[in-house]
Write a protein of this length. Structure first.
Length: 182
């Protein structure tokens, strides 16, 4: 389903009011316009423009998938990641990789925490090392995306989201394995 596919003509007044309170008018402008039109037809009066909701302003909008950019001649314009951001990603991924490698090499991977950290040994350390490698891959994918001149931002987004998910799963499994070993 895409923006503009919803038929609001069969909605009740209560359903329309609820939908108006919950719709993201910036993300779904066609659905928002159709919804306002259905409300106006049902009530026979023009609706006032909604005021900015201060509670909604505290949360950032959901991130839209990357859209390809084209110049005035229709040629694809690749992503441009600032050099300082690329340097930070490369440096942090190298440091994280070195820290994880050293931790599994000495069989004591320390995971810092706010109050007390956690020392991982054997299997939990290796599972956590997998999570560290996933984090490094996600950071390096941003750098590679900058140098890749093809139109495939969605592929890099999918790659990063996939490895974020796998990394968090490995992190949770590592903590769970460590708790079960005690």
């Amino acid at each position: 389903m895409s923006d503009g596919d919803i038929d609001f003509s069969k909605y009740t007044r209560r359903e329309l009011e609820e939908a108006l309170r919950g719709i993201n008018r910036h993300r779904y402008p066609k659905n928002y316009a159709n919804l306002r039109g259905a409300c106006e037809r049902l009530t026979s009066t023009a609706l006032p423009e909604p005021q900015a909701d201060p509670a909604a302003a505290t949360y950032p909008p959901l991130e839209d998938p990357p859209q390809p950019k084209y110049d005035e001649n229709g040629r694809y314009v690749p992503n441009q990641i600032p050099s300082s951001e690329r340097a930070h990603y490369i440096l942090f991924s190298l440091l994280l990789f070195a820290y994880g490698t050293f931790g599994v090499w000495i069989n004591d991977l320390y995971v810092p925490a706010k109050r007390r950290g956690m020392h991982l040994h054997d299997s939990p350390a290796w599972v956590m090392y997998g999570a560290i490698l996933c984090a490094c891959l996600v950071m390096l994918s941003v750098v590679v995306d900058h140098y890749d001149r093809r139109d495939n931002e969605t592929g890099y987004r999918f790659f990063a989201d996939f490895f974020k998910f796998i990394g968090w799963m490995l992190f949770g499994l590592s903590v769970l394995f460590n708790l079960m070993r005690r």
